[in-house]
Design a protein. Structure first.
Length: 175
């Protein structure tokens, strides 16, 4: 069974606004960052991320979204000044799947500041290291930001039941 790489130290970079951005793994059961990011998203951003209106996270959603740190589900948190401003996750359909679904959410105040791009880069690197060969994703047609973030070289995109479904191949990491 291939697993995702063991936890790494936090990655630090500077966002487009000049703020120090820290990317770290979300810990199993860690709900604080999830709540911070969700609370920082507008109703429109929540609809774009969850595909439907989501006024609150239910207890079962919180359990599902924080069941991380194993072969099927890993998530990364972006923080500025110690506060969570975004989350990206990859979820395999099975422990051995070579494709994984990817999702990303960023608080409204940090849109356009490079947070999503940094999160997706961390997710892609870990997925590739774990033997995942492609990321799959679903978005509302008006979610241009996610389409720009996830549609890389060789990506395919199609409209299915009013939603955009994408598949983005991953390049293997250099040895």
């Amino acid at each position: 069974m291939s697993t995702l790489a063991p936890p790494r130290p936090a990655l630090r970079s500077v966002s487009r606004s000049g703020a120090e951005l820290t990317i770290r793994e979300l810990g199993p059961g860690e709900t604080g960052p999830l709540a911070q990011v969700f609370d920082g998203m507008s109703e429109r951003s929540r609809r774009l991320r969850y595909l439907v209106g989501t006024p609150r996270l239910t207890a079962s959603m919180v359990r599902l979204l924080t069941d991380v740190g194993h072969a099927r589900h890993f998530a990364w948190v972006a923080e500025i000044g110690g506060g969570a401003v975004g989350i990206a996750r990859i979820v395999r359909t099975s422990d051995e799947a070579t494709e994984a679904e990817v999702a990303v959410e960023v608080v409204d105040s940090c849109h356009g500041r490079g947070v999503g791009r940094a999160l997706v880069a961390a997710a892609r690197e870990a997925a590739s290291a774990a033997g995942i060969t492609a990321l799959v994703w679903t978005a509302r047609p008006e979610n241009d930001a996610v389409r720009r973030l996830l549609a890389g070289p060789g990506a395919s995109v199609r409209l299915v039941d009013g939603l955009v479904e994408g598949r983005t191949p991953l390049l293997p990491l250099a040895a």
